[in-house]
Design a protein around this ligand. Sequence first.
Ligand SMILES: [Zn+2]
Length: 235
Amino acid sequence: MSAKVKGIVLGGTNVKEKDRIVSLYTLEQGKISVSMKGVRGDKAKMKFAKEVFCFGDFIIEEGKAIPVVTGVDIIDSFYGLASDIDKYYEGCAILDIISKMGGESNPPLFIELVKALRALCYDNNKKYYVFSKFLIGYFNLMGYGFLTDKCSSCGATLRLRYLNLQVGEIVCPACRNDLSVQISQACYSALRLLAATDYEKLSTLHIEDDGELAACSVLTKNYEWRTGNKILQTF
Ligand SMILES: [Zn+2]
């Protein structure tokens, strides 16, 4: 029995002489491991399909241990990411987040990932814009929002905001504890702008006062507290 899945290559391990076990994040089945046979040969038909970031329609068939890829229709290899080291690492940090998640299918997140890789590869986005927007989308899908006007604990209207890292919620100065970090005005407006701007228009966005750095830092801290994972260090 064969099936067609839309997938993005997250990474892989070489096995035998020319085979590769590839971790594939798919729209239909979530994260799966698949075997790609003979793909490390120079003349291999599917040699580009095994590369990280490759996005395509993969035909998979039942194998002895894991499914075997028997054909690929590449939609986008995001080849441009490989020629720009900053973009490459930003993309790797995004894929790493997906790699460390549970394996279940999550169509909205899959779409978020495709849009993020497109914006990163083809648009002239400033560093951290795409990554931060992706994390905001990721948290939204997990049910965490940062753009509230009310303290999540006492309901007071917020002027100064803190992120309580213990629970991932926005609180007022009175409700903050030792594990709360302040969200500066520049950071808050960066978060708001990034959340409100589509990936397609992200490169036209101008964030003031390095707010994207503050936003990235808060989002990273929140990610590490929520998941217990680290953001990829090279980024
Ligand atoms: Zn409060």
